[in-house]
Design a protein around this ligand. Structure first.
Ligand SMILES: *[C@@H]1O[C@H](CO)[C@@H](O)[C@H](O)[C@H]1NC(C)=O
Ligand SMILES: *[C@@H]1O[C@H](CO)[C@@H](O)[C@H](O)[C@H]1NC(C)=O
Length: 968
């Protein structure tokens, strides 16, 4: 959250900040105001408008070596009569991905001079992979040089699987460019349009010194550089802050084209559609590139390519039958231009179908050029390959996917207990209550306000009685004040981020004057871990978890509300190089800390829960994210789902938006609709700004409280399905909530759709209501399969749009035929209290039958890694009319003990939807463990427009066993 109400702080801040309160654009750079973005866009314009323009980069054929799955060589950049040497590596990975890395020899060898006596590192930043990548870098040693390559090209064949020949990289030497082909067709092209630009190091030449006599110091400018606009090379000022840029210009840029692909998705975080727009103007397009520069954007606007809190430079391109992707591994400020070109639709080429190419232009301020190429061909392949590199989303504790009740602020320990009691009184389920910054003693983290949080240990103990949790906020800014041991240690141990002169950096945030922990420093993580020990952070208990906010980092008086780029981090890397990675390292420090709060837990840890606002590729391994400070407006409710869907396909699916909207007061209708939508966000939290009216669900009054409670109960009933979807995400990289294109990759009409979702593999299709006064929604069906209304079994069938009733009390949810999903239907106060509850299986019959899964473990520890879980596959065969449960887990040391503990957990109900017309009530045959018995089945005729259903009550089977129920 942002901005205090405290009049004193407001006054102090308004004196400090020369900005208005509703700041937006003027506080953040446009491409034109960001020197390197402007230069590279101009470069692109020059390339496009110069006939016969020749890109000045060529790969020296004499330097090419292909060995052990890698191609190395040197790219030569011609600048006038000089050449700049740029080492190139193309790695072909076992997974079928390829990685292209370009560095700069002169900087790499430290053969440059920095200005202003800077202590910054001289080489291009090359450590992003240390934070983002965890695996998947094994080289495919079978990648081979093709002998048939044309002159001027080098071709490497590679791929996956036995034949290992599906893919090819065609490397053109001059100008340097690469085509990546799958089965002979080009899918991704690097530098097709010649926009590769590596701004090489050069000394600053003081120009316009009139009286330099012939032959003395200042050399004449090089011909090619003549006329180059140097105004943004050496120093840049924005909003009263000057960036001293001791290394001069060093941006990198590259065009990446997707021939035949008309849709691209990804590169979060933006308040924009999932289907990315063009950025070079024109009707309905943006005029600015998508920007990735983690920032605390106050009251962000919608439908904008403006940067937000987190960055994932991973993009997918999609067309019918094919998905490919690129991952631009860079931690610096990055901009991405997107242009689509359609050809073949002119009258002369009658009969040929128009083909759209998407061209993208990636521009980063510093670092190596490092890009991964994924050749698909399916959406699952692309997200799996990306996840293999950066890690899959962490399996959370079960409580973390239940409902979270938050506000800025629950004002005292008594307030927390009161909210907890009222939730119980109104029988509203919830798992976690949250404390924002006001719980601290004067914004000093790891302390409690002595007047309002008098007995925090009693508060956590009270919550523990119903197995509920507390989340407290801990931010990376440490108050610069006396008598605060945390800041004393930060300083004395030298663990804070430094300014450009190498002194401790000081800026303003919530506490006023502050310092920032530098979590790039391993010693800082070690120290941070100590602060969370139960005997250090007194009042916390095993049911306390952590929220990391403001970790972009947000600095109220810094340029663009963040740190100066010439600040220095561990290893003397400039902040410029690591800005987008910074927030992840802080979340990581907290994650590590939660693993080691006392000796016993260190031995047998529980899964941490850390919410973060800033993120980077890899953050998904550490916890959940949310979309930051949204507004209590219908438009923000509508904007949330595209953002969450985009997170899902970008490898970070544990995502949510503040339910109710952070700023402002939602109407009761909006609040109710938001809870219905939020029940289908992977991360489900109600939150509100300090200036808003209280809005805990029981305050809304009827009918709203009752409807909200129903939405919460639906979430709780479906927790087994959610948990299973999280497991799938944690093992395959698949999104938890999925957009239409992902589920129906061949359905062109649905490629841009981002206002409805599928939950995992359950076949549940949800379209939240996001318009005031709506009493129906149009749900789009991508295929001719039957879909059934979740509540009343109304049948919807036929590709296209269907009107589904949606009065206030109804969230439109359909069940797609052919799926089976698990539920636990008994309402409880928290998820932990449901653990021993029996299951309901919902079998939605399709033509060929139905399938589904259940994954369940202890919901807390890491013992699932030892096989301590149940993983069942349910199959209904239409032909034999039989339903069976089979084990699909991998047995480990912990399996038997866990399964034994679950022996008594039964299936209490099987609901079959869409049963054949001939079915009658009677009995079914049940087989389990070699025994047979009968159970009763009752068939209910749906009547007009509704499906017939059948219910087997208490079939007597255990959830962890193999069994079979025969209906025929
Ligand atoms: C789609 O892919 C399949 C399998 O790769 C292929 O047989 C089929 O021809 C493709 N269809 C189109 C329209 O490209
Ligand atoms: C997280 O911290 C661990 C332990 O210090 C370290 O090994 C790892 O590289 C860190 N990861 C990130 C993403 O910062």
């Amino acid at each position: 959250m942002r901005r205090a109400r405290s009049p004193l702080l407001l006054l102090v801040l308004s004196l400090l900040l020369p900005v208005a309160w509703m700041v937006k654009h003027e506080n953040f750079k446009t491409c034109d105001q960001s020197g390197f973005c402007k230069r590279n866009r101009q470069y692109a314009d020059t390339a496009a408008s110069t006939s016969g323009w020749k890109a000045p980069y060529s790969l020296d054929p004499a330097t090419i070596v292909v060995k052990n799955g890698q191609l190395t060589g040197t790219i030569l950049k011609t600048v006038g009569s000089d050449t700049v040497r740029l080492p190139l590596t193309i790695s072909f990975l076992e997974s079928g991905s390829a990685r292209v890395t370009i560095d700069e020899e002169k900087r790499l060898s430290g053969d440059i001079e920095l200005r202003h006596d800077s202590k910054a590192r001289k080489e291009r930043y090359n450590e992003a992979g240390q934070y983002a990548l965890v695996d998947g870098l094994g080289l495919n040693t079978k990648a081979t040089l093709c002998s048939t390559a044309e002159k001027g090209t080098t071709v490497v064949g590679y791929g996956v699987g036995e034949k290992n020949d599906a893919f090819e990289a065609v490397i053109h030497h001059a100008p340097f460019s690469v085509e990546f082909k799958r089965h002979g067709t080009t899918q991704v092209q690097l530098n097709k349009h010649g926009l590769l630009n590596v701004e090489h190091w050069r000394p600053k030449v003081e120009k316009a010194v009139p009286e330099v006599p012939e032959g003395e110091t200042a050399p004449p400018p090089k011909p090619q550089e003549e006329g180059e606009d140097e105004s943004t090379w050496w120093e840049e000022t924005f909003g009263g802050n000057t960036d001293t840029k001791p290394r001069g210009p060093e941006s990198i840029a590259l065009d990446i084209s997707f021939p035949g692909y008309s849709h691209v998705y990804g590169i979060p975080e933006h308040a924009s559609s999932m289907d990315l727009k063009q950025t070079r103007g024109g009707d309905g397009n943006y005029n600015e590139p998508y920007r990735l520069y983690n920032a605390d954007v106050f009251e962000y606007e919608l439908d904008s390519p403006m940067t937000l809190y987190g960055s994932i430079p991973f993009m997918q391109a999609h067309r019918k039958n094919s998905t490919v992707g690129v991952f631009w591994l860079n931690g610096a400020e990055t901009w991405v231009d997107i242009v689509k070109k359609t050809t073949g639709s002119n009258p002369l080429s009658l009969g040929t179908k128009a083909v759209t190419d998407t061209q993208t232009h990636w521009i980063s301020e510093s670092g190596q050029l490092d890009v991964f190429v994924f050749l698909g061909p399916h959406p699952e392949d692309v997200v799996r390959s990306y996840g293999e590199l950066t890690g899959y989303t962490a399996m959370p504790q079960e409580f973390a996917i239940a409902y979270h009740q938050c506000r800025w602020n629950y004002v005292s320990d008594a307030d927390v207990i009161d909210v907890d009691r009222k939730m119980d009184k109104y029988q509203i389920p919830y798992d976690v209550i949250w404390l924002d910054i006001e719980y601290t003693d004067g914004k000093k983290y790891f302390t409690w306000d002595p007047l309002t949080f008098v007995k925090p240990e009693e508060m956590t103990a009270h919550l523990a009685k119903r197995d509920r949790k507390l989340v407290t906020i801990i931010d990376p800014h440490i108050k610069n004040t006396d008598n605060y041991p945390v800041v004393d240690e930060l300083k004395s141990k030298g663990l804070a981020t430094k300014n450009k002169d190498g002194d401790i950096y000081e800026g303003w945030c919530w506490p006023g004057s502050s310092h920032w922990i530098d979590c790039f420093n391993p010693a800082a993580i070690t120290w941070w871990k100590g602060l969370f020990k139960y005997d250090k952070f007194k009042g916390t208990a095993p049911n306390t978890f952590i929220w990391n906010d403001m970790n972009e980092p947000s600095v109220f008086n810094g340029p663009e509300t963040t740190m100066p780029k010439d600040n220095l981090h561990y290893g003397n890397w400039e902040h410029r190089d690591v800005h987008n990675i910074n927030g992840m390292t802080f979340q990581n420090a907290t994650y590590q800390a939660l693993l080691a709060r006392n000796k016993a837990e260190e031995k047998n840890p529980r899964r941490p829960f850390v919410l973060t606002r800033a993120f980077f590729p890899g953050s998904q391994r550490l916890g959940a994210m949310w979309t930051g400070d949204n507004l209590a407006e219908w438009s923000h409710l509508a904007a949330a789902l595209p953002m969450i869907l985009n997170q899902g396909i970008s490898g970070y699916p544990f995502a949510g938006a503040d339910v109710g909207g952070f700023f402002g007061n939602p109407s009761k209708e909006l609040l109710t609709r938001w809870y219905q939508a939020g029940a289908f966000y992977p991360f489900f939290r109600g939150h509100a700004h300090i200036d808003t009216r209280r809005r805990e669900p029981y305050l809304a009054g009827e009918p709203y409280t009752g409807i909200i409670t129903e939405a919460l109960r639906l979430r709780y009933a479906l927790l087994p399905a959610w948990y299973t979807a999280f497991h799938t995400a944690a093992t395959t990289g698949a999104p938890i909530v999925r957009p239409n294109f992902y589920v129906h990759p061949d359905d062109e009409a649905g490629f841009a759709l981002d206002d409805q979702l599928y939950l995992g593999d359950t076949g549940l299709l949800v379209k939240p209501v996001v318009h005031e006064g709506a009493d129906s929604v149009d749900i789009y069906l991508a295929d001719d399969t039957s879909y059934y209304d979740y509540a009343d079994y109304t049948v919807y069938q036929g590709k296209g749009s269907h009107k589904v009733p949606a009065p206030l009390e109804k969230l439109p949810v359909l069940m797609r035929a052919g799926h089976i999903f698990p539920r636990r239907d008994r309402p409880r106060r928290s998820s932990a209290l449901m653990r021993g509850d029996p299951y309901t299986l919902v079998v939605v019959l399709g033509k060929g039958g139905a399938e589904g899964e259940l994954y369940v473990d202890d919901g807390e520890t890491f013992e699932f890694q030892l096989g301590a879980y149940i993983h069942r596959k349910f199959v209904y065969e239409a032909e034999g009319e039989r339903l069976s449960s089979a084990d699909v887990g991998t047995k480990g040391k912990g399996t038997d003990r866990y399964v034994k503990g679950m022996e008594k957990v039964r299936v209490e109900r099987i609901v079959l939807v869409g049963v054949p017309a001939g079915w009658k009530s009677g009995t079914v045959k049940v087989t389990e463990g070699g025994k047979n018995w009968e159970a009763e089945v009752s068939v209910v005729k749906g009547g007009k427009g509704r499906a017939d259903t059948a219910v087997v009550r208490d079939p007597g089977v255990a959830i962890g066993r193999d069994w079979e129920v025969v209906f025929g």
